[in-house]
Design a protein around this ligand. Sequence first.
Ligand code: GLN
Length: 276
Amino acid sequence: MQTVKELLRQAQQKLAANNVAALESELLLAYALQVERTFLYANPESSPNRTQVDIFSRLLQRRLEGEPVAYLLGQQEFWSLALKVTPDTLIPRPETELLVETTLELLSANPCRVADLGTGSGAIALALASVRPNWELLATDISQPALQVAEENREQHQLKNVSFKHGSWLEALDGVLDAIISNPPYLAASDQHLQAGDCRFEPELALTPGVDSLVSFRIISASASKHLKASGWLLFEHGLDQADQLQSILKAAGFVNIQTRKDLAGHDRVTVGQNP
Ligand code: GLN
């Protein structure tokens, strides 16, 4: 029988050959054994049973074939919330936390109504709801299967101040809002990025709007104003080379105080505008 230590060492060698971080072997083994990761450090000489070893080697094989670790585990951490993710939802990215931070910074801590368009797993809306229990979050998505995952995440974290609605972009919105936030699909259909890494397994709908990478920004910006209060904010996450064009789109739609923020990697990542 192989020990935890041996299983990890072999897995790490295979993953390293595929440029996958060693940590992932621990995540997968802990998942196969249904234990916390700390168990692996505390019990390096224990021997998992045959079924557990089989589950682990199947997970490892799928990871080596490129499947995102978040889909294998069915979970991704975002803003310290463990969120369920499935191939129906984009895997929340760390850089998207900048959108949450910027929203918290621009809006008052008083009660606000805020919409998250194309919510996917619900990450942005749920993160905001967890920090601002007095806000009302309205999150929409065109994908019913994604909304089902988002609803499970809401229940899991018992965030009563979020509601999910089905519809394209602003379609399902009602009432007046203090802010509209979106991390829409923004990769051009021809972007090489789509053929690499996790993107290969994620819903195309969440990654690319087609040939024109900016089209979701144009659609949302054109009618956001109608749903926003005076001085309300429109906030977008975008690709690292889209800030200038997005600023022009916001300007043409009548927004003021337009600003772009950089993510931790130093890339332009979030652009915002204020309704006059
Ligand atoms: N940031 C993601 C990526 O580059 C894309 C997310 C999106 O299109 N909204 O993989």
